[in-house]
Design a protein around this ligand. Structure first.
Ligand SMILES: NC(=O)c1ccc[n+]([C@@H]2O[C@H](COP(=O)([O-])OP(=O)(O)OC[C@H]3O[C@@H](n4cnc5c(N)ncnc54)[C@H](O)[C@@H]3O)[C@@H](O)[C@H]2O)c1
Ligand SMILES: Nc1ncnc2c1ncn2[C@@H]1O[C@H](COP(=O)(O)OP(=O)(O)OP(=O)(O)O)[C@@H](O)[C@H]1O
Length: 280
């Protein structure tokens, strides 16, 4: 088996766990590859250094929170490598286990006792194909505290024209993230749908909308002089100008996760209902 490891670099315990897991995997005859920034921090396993986008592995372990997973996913586009998230972040909704379970869980993985969960991603087009989103694409004003004037179409039918701080186009995976905070519904990741959620709409009747996952969603910026940015999974930005269109549809690239249990609603209860920043 070949396993890659990526981790948050700003948490010492994440670096320490990387060291312990690498040692454990090598002793179990696993070929291990490490993000070069990790190798530099560890100052060992130098011959295991490999850029995440160059890793030819069966699984990538991501040690951190959701952002680490989203960041790692953005580096492995099109390679269909499943991510095994070990939560050393604040919420870690997309992660599978806590650090304390790491060795037991890895033994299960090495014994083949796991399954792969496929997640839909959102393809984004703006003059060119941009990186697909696992969570969402957020359109917001370049200048803070300004409003965008937007026209939203689904399969070329006008849904609405509105002014708002911004607009979120989310996948079911992203329905528990920014879209949720903006008032959108929680959508089971098995549902074939996308969610359109306005951010602070200046229009009483404007509501979040769940659309078919087979739809083509287009959003046009109507107001001259108002520049916008599109942010993909909180990781990648793209500037959008007046009368330019952003097109969204289901990506043929999926995200894959190593799962030991099927517990979506338990995560919702434990990680979100109790408070999204780890508050009890
Ligand atoms: N007001 C908000 O809720 C808000 C604002 C900005 C960004 N975000 C989210 O942050 C994500 C980027 O993550 P980051 O860690 O780089 O940013 P970050 O460090 O600002 O964390 C944002 C929070 O969103 C949580 N999160 C991310 N994906 C999630 C998911 N699929 N389900 C439940 N919670 C999730 C993270 O755990 C984190 O606590 C974006 O994709 C966006 O969804 C949320
Ligand atoms: N190796 C890295 N190099 C640079 N930035 C990183 C690295 N790993 C993670 N990040 C960035 O750090 C930010 C925070 O990471 P992460 O989301 O994992 O922690 P968190 O916010 O505490 O956890 P959660 O997202 O679960 O609340 C993310 O935006 C992510 O893109």
């Amino acid at each position: 088996m070949r396993i890659g490891i990526a981790a948050r670099l700003d948490i010492h315990k994440a670096i320490e766990l990387t060291d312990d897991l690498t040692d454990f995997l090598i002793k179990n005859s696993v070929k291990v590859f490490l993000d070069p920034a990790l190798v530099k921090k560890l100052n060992k396993y130098h011959d295991s250094a490999r850029e995440i986008h160059d890793m030819d592995v069966d699984i990538i372990i991501a040690i951190g929170g959701d952002g680490t997973i989203l960041r790692t996913q953005s580096f492995i586009d099109g390679k269909n490598i499943p991510i095994f998230g070990i939560n050393m972040g604040t919420v870690g909704f997309l992660t599978e286990i806590g650090p304390e379970e790491s060795f037991h869980a890895l033994k299960e993985v090495l014994n083949g006792n796991y399954f792969i969960e496929e997640r839909t991603r959102l393809e984004v087009w703006h003059n060119k194909d941009l990186a697909p989103a696992l969570n969402e694409v957020v359109l917001m004003t370049r200048k803070p505290a300004k409003m965008l004037h937007l026209e939203i179409r689904v399969d070329d039918e006008i849904v609405e024209e509105l002014r708002a701080d911004g607009l979120i186009i989310a996948t079911p995976s992203g329905s528990t993230a920014y879209a949720m905070s903006a008032g959108g519904p929680i959508v089971d990741p098995r549902v074939n749908a996308f969610i359109i959620v306005p951010i602070c709409p200046f229009k009483l009747g404007s509501r979040p909308t769940v659309v078919s996952g087979e739809s083509i969603i287009s959003v046009k910026l109507l107001r001259e002089g108002k520049k916008a940015i599109a942010v993909i999974d909180g990781q990648v930005e793209e500037e959008i100008n007046y009368m330019e269109e952003v097109i969204f549809k289901k990506s043929d690239q999926h995200a894959y996760f190593v799962r030991l249990t099927k517990e979506f609603y338990k995560k919702v209860r434990e990680k979100l209902i109790k408070g999204g920043i780890g508050l009890e």
